[in-house]
Ligand binder design. Structure first.
Ligand code: PLP
Length: 388
C-alpha cells in the first residue's frame, strides 16, 4: 500500500515510539501525586510542555494539552464565548469562514443555536480570506464586546494558506481576538507566535508523526477562557483530568523532530508535490484545486472538468484497489456522497466538489509513491470514462 493520505494522519516516527516506550517503562505514577514517582512524572509533563512552548516561542503556561485538534478548537470557541457571557452578560460575535474543518464549523453552529451571533466571511476562488474583506465585516460589528475571529492557517483539503499575520493585524485593530487552527500547518511551515500573532492556536500531534489522542491549544496569557472540563485542577484549572503524560512526551518528541527537520524535509516534499502536479497534468481535463502559490507543500487536491460523469467515491475506491491510499473531502451522509463543503465555498460546482481527490505527503513520502499515485489516478479516471 502506498500511503498518500498524510493529512488524515501520519505514521508514528520511530523516535517517538522509543521515547514513549521509555517513559512507559520508567514512569506510571500520577503527575498530581506528591511522592517521588509523581514528581518524576510531573517533570516529564512539564518538560514536554516546555519543549513545545520553545518551538512556538510561547511561555509554557500558554500551552494547554487537549485530546487533539477537535477539542482544542472546541475549547477556543466555547471557552471564550462562555467566559464573555458569564462576565459581561452578552455573547461575543464569532467570525469564521465556510472552508474550516468541521471541528470549527460544528461548535460554531452549536454556539449559534445558543444565541451567539455568527458571521461567515467569504473566501476567494483559491480558498483564502482577504484581510480587507474581513476588515469591512469587523467594521460592521456595533457591540463593544471583542469579537472572536477563527480562520484556519492552512486548509486540510486544499492546503491553501491564509495570510494569518495580516489577518491578525486587522482583527487586533478592530479590538478582536484571533484563533487559528494550525493543525495542518504545524511542522510544515512557520507557526511561531511571533510569526502569526494569533491569540490562540490549535495543534494536533498525529498530523506530525506523533501519537493520536493529544493536541494543544496555545492561549496568549492575557486571554481568559472558561474551563471546559471541570473536575480537577490540572492544566491550570482549565482541563480537569489526569494528564496523559505518555502522549505528551510523544507529542514533544514529534514537535522537536519536526522543528529540526522542517526546512529540509519540506523543501524535498515540495519538489515531490511539483513532480506529482506535472505527472497529473497528463490526465485530460484535470483541474488543480490546490493553488500553486500560498499552499502547503504537503497537499495536492485535484478535480475534473467532466466531474459529472465521474463518481467521487469510486475514484477513491479505485485508487485503493490500485494500492494507493488517498482521500477526498466529501462526506458520506445517508449512503450518498456529499460534495466537499470546502470546494463549494471556493465556488466549485457540486459535481466537481464531489469528485475531488486529495494527495497528501509527509517527510516519509518517496518518489516511487508519487510515480505510482499519478499512474493510478490516470488509470482509474480513464477506465471510468471508458465505462461511463
Ligand atoms: N483541524 C484540522 C484542520 C484538521 O485537519 C483536523 C484533522 O483532520 C482537525 C482539526 C482535528 O484534529 P484531531 O484529529 O486531532 O481532533
Amino acid at each position: 500500500m502506498f500511503y498518500l493520505d498524510n493529512s488524515a494522519t501520519t505514521p508514528l516516527e520511530p523516535q517517538v515510539i522509543e521515547r514513549m516506550s521509555r517513559f512507559r517503562r520508567e514512569s506510571f505514577a500520577n503527575a498530581g501525586s506528591v511522592h517521588r514517582g509523581g514528581q518524576r512524572t510531573r517533570v516529564e509533563l512539564e518538560s514536554g510542555r516546555e519543549e513545545i512552548a520553545v518551538v512556538l516561542g510561547a511561555e509554557p503556561k500558554e500551552v494547554i494539552f487537549t485530546s487533539g485538534g477537535t477539542e482544542a478548537n472546541n475549547y477556543a470557541l466555547k471557552g471564550y464565548a462562555f467566559r464573555v457571557r458569564s462576565e459581561r452578560g452578552e455573547w461575543p460575535t464569532i467570525i469564521t469562514d465556510r472552508t474550516e474543518h468541521h471541528a470549527i464549523l460544528h461548535p460554531t453552529e452549536f454556539l449559534a443555536s445558543l444565541g451567539v451571533p455568527v458571521i461567515y466571511v467569504d473566501v476567494d476562488s483559491s480558498g483564502r480570506v482577504a484581510p480587507d474583506v474581513l476588515r469591512s465585516l469587523l467594521a460592521g460589528i456595533s457591540s463593544g464586546i471583542p469579537p472572536l475571529v477563527s480562520i484556519m492557517h492552512a486548509n486540510n483539503e486544499t492546503g491553501t494558506i491564509n495570510p494569518i499575520r495580516e489577518i491578525a493585524e486587522v482583527v487586533h485593530e478592530a479590538g478582536g481576538l484571533l484563533h487559528t487552527d494550525a493543525v495542518q500547518s504545524f511542522g510544515k511551515i512557520e507557526c511561531a507566535v511571533s510569526a502569526l500573532y494569533a491569540d490562540m492556536m490549535t495543534f494536533s500531534a498525529h498530523k506530525i508523526h506523533g501519537p493520536k489522542g493529544i493536541g494543544a491549544l496555545y492561549v496568549n496569557k492575557e486571554v481568559e477562557l472558561e474551563a471546559l472540563m471541570h473536575g480537577g485542577a490540572q492544566e491550570r484549572n482549565r482541563r480537569g483530568g489526569t494528564e496523559p503524560v505518555e502522549l505528551v512526551v510523544g507529542f514533544a518528541e514529534a514537535v522537536r523532530i519536526a522543528a529540526e527537520e522542517r526546512e529540509e524535509a519540506m523543501r524535498r516534499v515540495g519538489e515531490l508535490t511539483r513532480e506529482l502536479r506535472e505527472r497529473l497534468s497528463a490526465i485530460e481535463g484535470i483541474v488543480f484545486v490546490t493553488p500553486e502559490e500560498n499552499a502547503l507543500p504537503t497537499i495536492l487536491n485535484v478535480t475534473f472538468s467532466d466531474a459529472a460523469h465521474l463518481d467521487g467515491e469510486a475514484l477513491i475506491v479505485g485508487m485503493d484497489l490500485q494500492g494507493i491510499a488517498v482521500s477526498n473531502g466529501s462526506a458520506c451522509t445517508s449512503g450518498s456522497m456529499q460534495p466537499s463543503h470546502v470546494l463549494l465555498a471556493m465556488g466549485y460546482p457540486s459535481a466537481q466538489a464531489k469528485a475531488a481527490v486529495r494527495f497528501s505527503l509527509s517527510r516519509f513520502t518517496t518518489q516511487e509513491e508519487i510515480v505510482r499515485g499519478a499512474e493510478a489516478l490516470k488509470n482509474v479516471v480513464e477506465r471510468m470514462r471508458r465505462f461511463s
